[in-house]
Design a protein around this ligand. Structure first.
Ligand code: PHE
Length: 447
């Protein structure tokens, strides 16, 4: 561990972990899930889950990663050498990373396509039906999406080969605050549209009668997805955190910034969607049709549209880097593959799966699993099953398998920082989070 690269500075680790967390999950997936699950009902459940389960799980992953200094598979083995079974959490994580990377790159491909269209000012003056029609055509094409997905996975692999601090830290530090700035401008514009009242009340006004098992599991899956939890990604990052860094403030900063970006995305999308007549449950179109329509209405729309989609691509990249890092670190540390080879193998694997995922979006696709196309199946299976089960096992491991003294020691930097909340956090990790996650997992089977 001594020779393992650490993140250069405190801001570096926050920027990198926030870079992992903030991505398409906030701007594309969060509005999709909120829209499909009743808006306000979803939102309130989501917030509760972030606080009660997301934050404690993030701390658990940081503690496990930094304590062991290892990749997720190695970490559980190192911290519980006598009971080998826990390594399975790590393997689930490596699997989840692949599956997520595959459909994530499909969406990132659309984002790159939007960058291309923005550069040539393609959207200018188009009406909703045309933008919608174009987006549907893109789904049904073969080569264009594959090309942009290939570019995206190549870029991801390129940064990974360059190594941790040099690669990840440098890019995320400057760019995420700019993305935040643009989102704020978009919010202001969106809130002045005629559909603003309806959009905001749909998104933020909770209707408790709409909270169902499906809403709960979708919100749980989305929270873990958005915070990059439940698959060892932040264990991997934890293994790079310096011993002197404060884990609590890092986790708070990441959770708050991630949630803020998701809320801002909702405030941008729903008023605009209601104004332009796009249904909240429209799914993939929600972001990719609503946003170009919004830019069309803005002074300086060309500029904002281009910068926005560029930054969104970069935000997606800082997330995909953290996804690819999971199998790469596993291959290099556990199987002693060179970093370059590990990256190439993993990237090719993800690309093949990504092509299948994007081809499965054709209207007449035979590529279906359990009645869903491969794209939807990868998304649903990984977030509502792999991440939630992975997260559950992680908190159980920390609360019931790891020694309490070891947890406190790592969490408080060997007693050097006094964390007033540590007992509450430990209680949540040990009792509340495992029970709550289990209940949510069970409720989806009750009709
Ligand atoms: N959190 C990322 C996003 O919101 C996606 C991601 C999921 C990254 C899981 C790493 C692990 O876009």
């Amino acid at each position: 561990m001594a020779n393992k690269e650490n993140f250069g500075s405190k801001f570096g680790i926050i920027a990198a972990a926030a870079g992992s967390a903030i991505g398409l999950g906030n701007i594309y997936r969060f509005p999709c899930e909120a829209g499909a699950n009743g808006g306000g009902a979803f939102f309130i459940v989501y917030l509760a889950i972030v606080i009660l389960m997301g934050l404690p799980l993030m701390l658990s992953e940081f503690v496990i990663g930094r304590r062991s200094g290892k990749n997720p598979v190695g970490a559980f083995k190192a911290l519980a050498p006598e009971s080998k079974g826990w390594g399975v959490i790590g393997y689930l994580g490596v699997l989840a990373a692949f599956l997520i990377l595959a459909f994530y790159s499909t969406v990132a491909g659309w984002t790159i396509d939007a960058v291309g269209k923005s550069i040539i000012n393609y959207y200018h003056g188009l009406d909703k039906d045309t933008i919608q029609g174009d987006f549907n055509n893109l789904m049904n094409e073969s080569w264009q999406p594959i090309l942009s997905e290939g570019i995206f996975i190549f870029l991801t692999a390129f940064v990974i080969v360059k190594g941790v601090t040099k690669g990840i830290e440098k890019y995320s530090k400057i760019l995420m605050p700019i993305l935040l700035g643009i989102l704020i401008v978009l919010c202001i514009k969106s809130l002045t549209l005629p559909g603003a009242g309806k959009g905001i009340s749909f998104f933020l006004k909770p209707d408790f009668s709409k909270i169902t098992g499906k809403v709960l599991i979708s919100a749980l899956g989305q929270a873990f997805f958005s915070l990059s939890l439940g698959m060892g990604c932040l264990i991997t990052y934890g293994s790079y955190i310096a011993k002197k860094d404060n884990l609590t403030s890092t986790a708070f900063a990441v959770c708050i910034s991630d949630t803020l970006i998701a809320i801002l995305a909702g405030i941008v999308i729903f008023p605009a969607a209601f104004t332009f007549g796009i249904r909240p449950e429209a799914g993939n179109e929600l972001a990719f049709v609503t946003l170009p329509m919004l830019f069309n209405q803005m002074v300086g729309g060309y500029f904002f549209c281009l910068i926005f989609f560029l930054l969104l691509t970069i935000a997606a990249l800082t997330s995909s880097i953290s996804l690819l890092e999971v199998p790469v670190l596993y291959l290099t540390e556990q199987l002693k593959t060179s970093r370059k080879k590990a990256t190439i193998y993993s990237a090719i694997g993800a690309f093949v799966l990504c092509v299948i995922s994007s081809e499965s979006l054709h209207a007449d696709t035979p590529l279906k699993l359990f009645g869903l196309n491969v794209f939807e199946a990868l998304d649903t299976f990984s977030s509502t099953f792999l991440l939630t089960v992975g997260g559950l096992l992680t908190v159980i491991f920390l609360g019931w398998k790891m020694k309490k003294a070891d947890f406190y020691d790592e969490y408080t930097n060997g007693g050097k920082v006094n964390i007033g909340l540590r007992k509450i956090i430990y209680f949540i990790i040990k009792f509340i989070a495992p029970v709550a996650i289990t209940v949510i997992l069970i409720t989806q089977f009750i009709k």
